[in-house]
Design a protein around this ligand. Structure first.
Ligand code: CO
Length: 491
């Protein structure tokens, strides 16, 4: 499966591949008919929209963290076996401030503008939140929305990529810090998510929102003296499961204005392993707490899936890190210099016994993995078998890191067996699964990944047959898409 282009005389080393993957991209282009190798299936019709941070130069300062970069939308329209492409920065307040005035309007995850003493107080937690929605894309009640972890979802037109504005949803988010990975209730279609109220004592509010009326109900709350940093959560047919990891944000230190000049929220993360992790399980309808189960200290950005077993146990699969150091390891300067040591990620299964109040945790598969996708529409919250994810062959320093990995894997979560796609000098993005309409097998469809080819410094849209996990087509862009986070396929 590894195919190296014969025209490439010299192999790039790992750090150089990463450096090229994190180069800025400021050119906004539109390509009508992207050159295609191979054949896309005729049934594949729709739009893949992905986000990438694409500019870290904020004029009078450099943004410090991979997560800080200005949000760029990338659109791949697919119809009749052909692909068109366009990319455009989200026209946010942050974007305008940087491009027109040469400085940041609000703080980001790793960078605070710090223009005045007052500005050193964490602006992320004042009403002046960043609107740089660079993490994930969802569709809600017909609206295409770009999201980050401040409660400012931005709507855009998925056809033209024009920024429309702040979604009315923003007014209903019950907290100041939220997530870019909400769930859709498979029964009611409601949005289910959570947000954290920040004060001297914090509170994580789990809520549901009717996407049509935007009526919002807090269904459960978790009080915590600090802010437990959580990037995603899981649902099953009957439950909502949140795992509070011992990676916390010290909001009091932050409110005292103890920010280092040029610092950001990332400087106030604390790893407190003595807290352990806690699995909070709530009834999704009534909000009743079903269990609060103590587990070992670990950290995860991304849940993969969760479901209820016939014996009543609740299974939660996630990508786990031994500790919270991954968050600080993603400083853009270190990543570009090749000096970042990225900790490894492991696919783990957590089996919760709600009555006994216990959890059994074990690795599910051998390859490290991150940024995974499943057949969400049919299997989220339900038993499933196939996971598509980014992984690393371990050729770079840092060995088992997966977040900026160099291969794609398809993992059988029942057996741990896997297949891989890899090409020298290439860094693939999260593989988005698209099911074939009318298909009955869980892996009947394609996996779409935007792959950065560091050799040519361009990117291509890769389509893999999801069943065989082999390449069926690639559409080659004339420029590169910087390494990013998430996307969605709109049929
Ligand atoms: Co994410």
């Amino acid at each position: 499966m590894a195919t190296t282009s014969p025209s490439m005389q010299t192999e790039l080393d790992g750090p150089e591949v990463l450096r090229r993957g994190l180069r800025e991209q400021r050119a906004e282009i539109a390509v009508d008919d992207v050159p295609l190798k191979g054949q896309l299936p005729p049934w594949l019709t729709g739009t893949l929209v992905r986000l990438s941070p694409s500019r870290w130069d904020a004029g009078d300062q450099q943004m410090r963290h991979w997560f800080d970069g200005l949000a760029m939308l990338h659109r791949f329209g697919i119809r009749d076996g052909r692909v068109d492409y366009a990319n455009r920065f989200l026209r946010t307040k942050q974007y305008r401030s940087i491009t027109e005035e040469g400085h940041m309007a609000t703080s980001e995850f790793g960078t605070d503008p710090c223009r005045t003493l007052f500005g050193r107080v964490m602006t992320m937690f004042r009403p002046d939140f960043t609107d740089n929605a660079n993490v994930n894309v969802v569709k809600l009640a017909g609206e295409a929305i770009a999201m980050t972890e401040t409660p400012i979802p931005m709507t855009f037109d998925p056809e033209t990529l024009e920024t429309i504005g702040v979604s009315p949803w923003a007014e209903h988010v019950p907290g100041m810090l939220t997530i870019a990975h909400p769930h859709a209730d498979p029964v009611t279609g409601d949005l289910v998510s959570f947000a954290t109220e920040i004060s001297r004592h914090c509170k994580v509010n789990v809520y549901r929102m009717d996407p049509q009326t935007r009526e919002t109900t807090v269904i459960a709350s978790i009080p915590d003296p600090k802010i437990p940093y959580m990037h995603s959560f899981a649902i099953t047919e009957r439950h909502v499961i949140l795992v509070t990891f011992p990676l916390v944000i010290d909001q009091l230190a932050m409110m005292k204005g103890a920010l280092k000049r040029g610092g950001g929220v990332v400087d106030h993360f604390r790893w407190e392993p003595e807290r352990g992790s806690t699995f909070h399980v709530f009834d999704r309808e009534t909000g009743e707490q079903r269990a609060s189960i103590a587990g070992p200290a670990f950290f995860s950005f991304h849940h993969v899936n969760a479901f209820e077993r016939e014996d009543g146990r609740v299974v939660v699969d996630l990508f786990a890190y031994e500790d919270g150091s991954i968050v600080e390891a993603l400083m853009i300067e270190d990543l570009r210099a090749g000096t970042a040591t990225l900790p490894g990620a492991e696919l783990r299964r957590c089996e919760l016994d709600l009555d006994a109040g216990t959890v059994d945790i074990r690795p599910l598969a051998d390859p490290n993995a991150e940024l995974g996708r499943i057949d969400y529409a049919r299997h989220n919250g339900r038993p499933y078998r196939w996971l598509y994810a980014v992984s690393s062959q371990g050729t770079r320093p840092g060995a088992r890191e997966a977040l900026l990995g160099d291969q794609l894997v398809k993992i059988d979560v029942e057996s741990g067996a896997f297949s891989a796609w890899h090409e020298a000098g290439c860094l693939p993005s999260e593989p988005v699964f698209v099911a074939r309409p009318g298909g009955t097998q869980e892996d009947d469809g394609v996996a779409l990944s935007v792959v950065l080819d560091a050799r040519s410094e361009t990117s291509f849209l890769l389509a893999l047959d999801a069943a065989t996990f082999t390449e069926i087509a690639r559409a080659e862009l004339p420029q590169h898409v910087p390494l990013g986070f998430h996307g969605a396929f709109f049929s």
